[in-house]
Write a protein that binds this ligand. Structure first.
Ligand code: ADP
Length: 239
């Protein structure tokens, strides 16, 4: 066993996902250290959302293995495992006919959170949404919904966050809030984004996916945006 093994919270081996005859992911190997921040970039259709979806347990892989904290995240998926993950994607998972607070209370109950009220209030305050806590979710703007979705993602304080295009739809203020929050580096985060600049700012490691393969995987070190952009252009194919 590699000496770094024990510190890897996510271990993915030969992960493949096919849809009919097309391969969204082709024998992906990926290891993510505890507390590491990965920014994942790649063109549309590269397989990024599929990768996050499989780790989140929302998509079933065709072949391969995903271990989360050494538990098989495909075969032995249970509530305990689900609680370790927070997912933010284009799908807000919010109920439009419930108020903001009712949504958070609902999820707090689902996750058995003790101080549901206090935790919801705290997050809404942090995300600048306290004033809208009694608004029906369907009356919120896209950016506001995204803020509430982020609160939902963080409710159970998951050690692993999977964020798929979290900046989309956010206004400048919300983007800065999210960026500040991501910079705190308190968890393991996989961030999929087309915003290379923001993605680079918060990352420890840069992964580029193209046509179902990881085509670049390096620590950020002192990578500049220009260099990242050059690597991105050089390693990906546009459709
Ligand atoms: P990305 O997130 O990088 O844009 P996706 O993971 O969404 O890429 O998609 C990877 C490939 O899998 C694409 O070719 C896409 O068309 C295909 N795909 C994704 N979801 C489905 C699905 N439910 N049914 C059929 N094909 C799918």
């Amino acid at each position: 066993m590699d000496e770094n093994d024990a510190n890897d919270i996510i271990k993915i081996k030969k992960l493949t996902k096919t849809y009919g005859r097309s391969r969204a992911l082709d024998r992906i190997d990926l290891r993510v250290g505890r507390g590491e921040f990965l920014t994942i970039a790649g063109p549309n259709g590269a397989g990024k959302s599929t990768l996050l979806g499989i780790i989140a347990g929302l998509i079933r892989p065709t072949r391969g293995e995903v271990l989360l904290d050494d538990v098989d995240a495909v075969k032995d998926r249970d509530d305990g495992l689900a609680r370790k993950i927070g997912v933010l994607s284009f799908h807000s998972f919010l109920y439009s006919d419930l108020t903001v607070l009712e949504n958070l209370r609902f999820y707090a109950k689902l996750y058995d959170i003790e101080d549901a009220e206090g935790r919801s209030d705290e997050l809404l305050q942090r995300l600048g949404m306290s004033k809208r806590s009694h608004s029906l979710t369907k009356t919120l703007s896209r950016g506001m919904k995204q803020r509430v979705a982020l609160a939902r993602t963080l409710l159970h304080d998951p050690p692993v966050l999977l964020l798929d295009e979290p900046y989309v739809g956010l206004d400048q203020g919300a983007m800065e809030l999210l960026q500040r929050f991501l910079s705190e580096k308190q968890r393991t985060i996989l961030l999929v984004t087309h915003d290379l600049n923001r993605g680079l700012e918060v990352a420890d490691r840069i992964v580029i996916v193209d046509r179902g393969h990881i085509v670049h995987d390096e620590p950020k070190n002192g990578l500049t945006l220009q260099a990242f952009d050059d690597i991105y252009r050089g390693s990906t194919t546009s459709f």
